[in-house]
Write a protein that binds this ligand. Structure first.
Ligand SMILES: [Zn+2]
Length: 461
């Protein structure tokens, strides 16, 4: 059935609510209409009135980190008193390291090399902060890694074991086998995800992703966002905006940020600027004013924005890529950690849309939930783990969030990719009509996922 012909019978073809047949040939939609006669070599799928949607896009995630997280101890939900047990029960990886993710200073206290030495002594250990921005390494790990000039040091010059934004350096220093992205690709296919934007800034991660696309470990269309990107002769791989990080713990100077943006624009690439605080957003808008904007410029997260700032974002044509599942997973943390005056402005979604901003949803996996159906629920409900509704006025209905998932990788928040003759057959078939699926959004409703006309998920036999 991965050959040339496919006929999808009686499907509700987005955006129409009427049932039609859809023919797929050579990786593209070739014909849409009622009661199409099947060709001889065609595989016929009975849609039974289920929705046929454009494949879903995740506009911001981290593929290599998703694969690595699968082989790691997850500390989120582990109390401080349980750290030693969590490490004791962990399996050391093929690279000789014990790897943990989900470190949270509020729950686990300040971790540095000596704290880690106390919990897990002999084996090299590296622990990632839940934000992805920080690694903490124990003494055995530091010994193996050697010197890193960017390593944080105490007043006496001794390395603390805390390494900020050192992913690329760590990957090189640890070496080892290239992780496979096959299970990540399969998982995304099962959710109906056909397009992903990898927002990892370092070139090593982008190369790994390019390699995985080339080997078809990842069947999805992938847009990479590292400043130094591999050549794009690989089918399904494209180069997107340059990811820039306005770090919350050390803001760049306005002129520096302006120069980074100017550099990206000079290469014909827009920028995707990581902004989590009110100040980071203001600085980014000021830098864009300084050097001028480029169509496609975007802000990642936009975690704190008042309505005046939202209008400023809209006026500049800057897009926002937001993460509804982070509200569901971490909303309580954000609420307690931000300044009280920031609370009404946390993780706006509908407010941005009302201000005229083009907004697209995403997961930020592995830090958020990669399941787009969980994203639909989170955007609609905005309920945190404790049951608080974070910003009830910011809730967005499923249809609107889906539209964002249908928008092209290079036009997040723009008009949806449509199912039409000539369009690539990147499609999701649901087991029921869309209106019904949206009543209780769930990945269970995905019956099949097609990428370039190939069945990447689903049992249609
Ligand atoms: Zn991210």
């Amino acid at each position: 059935m991965n050959g040339d012909g496919l006929l999808l019978r009686d499907v509700e073809c987005y955006p129409s609510p009427h049932q039609v047949d859809v023919r797929v040939r050579a990786g593209a939609v070739s014909e849409i209409g009622p009661h199409l006669p099947p060709a001889e070599d065609e595989f016929v799928v009975r849609g039974d009135g289920g929705a046929l949607l454009p494949g879903l896009a995740d506009h911001h995630l981290h593929l290599a980190a998703m694969a690595a997280a699968d082989g790691s101890v997850d500390l989120s939900g582990v109390p401080r008193a349980g750290l030693r047990t969590a490490f004791a029960g962990a399996v050391v990886g093929e690279d000789g390291w014990l790897r943990a993710v989900g470190y949270d200073e509020v729950v686990h206290g300040d971790l540095d090399r000596s704290a880690l030495d106390a919990h897990a002594g002999r084996v090299p250990v590296r622990v990632q902060h839940r934000s992805g921005a920080l690694w903490v390494v124990n003494s055995a790990g530091l010994e193996r890694l050697g010197d890193h000039e960017g390593a944080e040091r105490a007043a006496d010059g001794r390395a603390t074991g805390r390494l900020w934004r050192a992913d690329a350096w760590l990957r090189g220093a640890i070496g080892g086998r290239r992780p496979s992205l096959r299970s990540v690709g399969a998982r995304l296919s099962a959710y109906g995800v056909t397009h992903v934007a990898d927002a990892t800034p370092d070139a090593g991660a982008a190369e790994l992703v390019a390699d995985a696309v080339r080997r078809h470990e990842l069947p999805q269309h992938v847009m990479v966002m590292a400043a130094a990107c591999p050549p794009t002769s690989v089918p399904r791989l494209s180069v997107g905006p340059v990811k820039l990080v306005v770090a919350d713990h050390s803001l760049p100077a306005l002129d520096d940020l302006g120069a980074w943006i100017r550099g990206a624009h000079a290469d014909g690439r827009p920028v995707a600027v990581h902004c989590v605080t009110r100040t980071a957003l203001a600085l980014t808008l000021a830098a864009l004013d300084l050097v001028g904007g480029l169509e496609g410029d975007r802000v990642e997260h936009c975690a704190v924005a008042d309505l005046a700032a939202a209008r400023e974002v809209a006026a500049r044509g800057v897009r926002v890529v937001t993460q509804p599942t982070l509200v569901a997973l971490r909303g309580d943390d954000y609420w307690t950690r931000v300044e009280p005056e920031d609370r009404p402005d946390l993780w706006r979604y509908d407010g941005l849309l009302r201000a005229g901003v083009r907004v697209a949803p995403s997961s930020d996996a592995p830090y958020g939930n990669p399941d787009p159906w969980a994203c639909l629920r989170a955007a609609r409900e905005r309920t945190t783990r404790s049951g608080r509704v974070l910003g009830p006025a910011e809730r967005v209905a499923g249809e609107m969030v889906l539209r964002g998932m249908f928008s092209p990788l290079h036009d997040p928040g723009g008009p949806p990719r449509l199912i039409a003759p000539g369009a690539p057959a990147d499609l999701v078939l649901l087991d029921r009509p869309l209106a019904e699926a949206l009543l209780q959004p769930d990945a269970e409703h995905v019956r099949a996922t097609f990428i370039g006309g190939r069945v990447e998920y689903g049992d249609l036999g």
